[in-house]
Design a protein around this ligand. Sequence first.
Ligand SMILES: [Zn+2]
Length: 453
Amino acid sequence: MSKVVSAAALAANMLGKVRSPAIPYKLGGRSDKGTDCINLIGWAMQELGGRDVPRGSNETWNKGMAWRGTLSEAKRLGKLVPGTILYIDYAKPAGGSDGTPGKMDHAAVYVGPGHGIKTPDGKAGDVVHASASRGGVYPSTLANAYTHAAWLTGVDYGTTDVTEPSIQSPSQSALQSQAKTGPRLHKLIFVNNECYKAGKTIVPKGLMVHSTGANNPMLKRYVGPDDGLLGKNQYGNHWNRPMDRKVCVHAFIGKLEDGSIATYQTLPWNHRAWHCGSGPKGSGNDSHVSFEICEDGLTNADYFRGVFNEAVALCAYLCDMFKLDPMKDGVIIGHYEGHQRGIAGNHADPRHWFTKFGESMDSFRAAVKRSLDGGVVIPAPAPEPVAPTPAPPTPDGSGHEVYTVVKGDTLWRIAANKLGSGARYTEIVELNALTTEAIYAGQKLKIPNTIRA
Ligand SMILES: [Zn+2]
């Protein structure tokens, strides 16, 4: 029989888990030998004699909460107290496109300010979490990308008001403040690859962009086993297994089974990957975080634009995480540039693909910089010049107004202007069968009929 745990006791237990050296990161662990984000919380509940917590972040979010909402709602409703569970939904920073949260990727516990705990970057911490990228249990801050908050069932948060209807639509301002489209990040760590088992870490000094060199845009070719989104790899030849070649990267960008574009993180970001071989000046494996973009037949402009934008979003995210300057020499490089610099084997990726669509590593780096500086990434379309002003609306054959995207547009803004509500941007996504929310100047979008059916 489990007892009700006080929120303050949960927060205090978390503070006790901040140690030096840090408790290491270990998937599924609930002990001093290692733990992960949700099991850190489950472990605390266990120690406090409380209710058991499901072993997955998203599962706990779906099944283990007395109240759930966005972080801004929690603040507004007075529900952000020491012991409140924080979540990051990397794919949908301000809630799902229909107002319901997407899949939760990371959980943490708010402990409140003033405890003297410091993040690895030296900031005053008010959150404690088990971080895969940092490799252990560390303080964090509310400012660190947390999007949602929740009250764990079986914890007393000092009020009886825990039955409020869950999941409210995020406010318009919350969504509007989502100026930057982040990567659609999922995680499936390659624990069965020898590279993961080698267990070496690096201090990331840059990012290396690869493309696979094989005509198969499906993530399931490389990432497995199937998590319900990837689809099943019938040959079982994904990379999460002992392989005869020493290859492993930190992430893949490609298509899910449903055709949408996503990123899968496959190693902890600070893990030493096997992605580029070496040259006379050493190996980029010792300095660069790496990812592969799954190539298709290299003729599909929509797919290229989708994965290019996703790669830009991923690099902006990683530059932010590791405080990297995307424009600094040698920070973001293609594999072929690694070879030119003497730290990688001789490959042509991803230049052979980028150039087919008017892009280069220079334009890529500039797009990452724009993304970091704020605003949705809007690469100029190639080869058409950017229209300086919106073209007048023209109906297409189906009677829909066709709108031409201009620089600075976001789907939200277009929906707000054309449909009277930014939240209706999902209708534009649907009508145009968009696989990414990143849009580009010159793109033609059908606008749904203004009057809702
Ligand atoms: Zn490569």
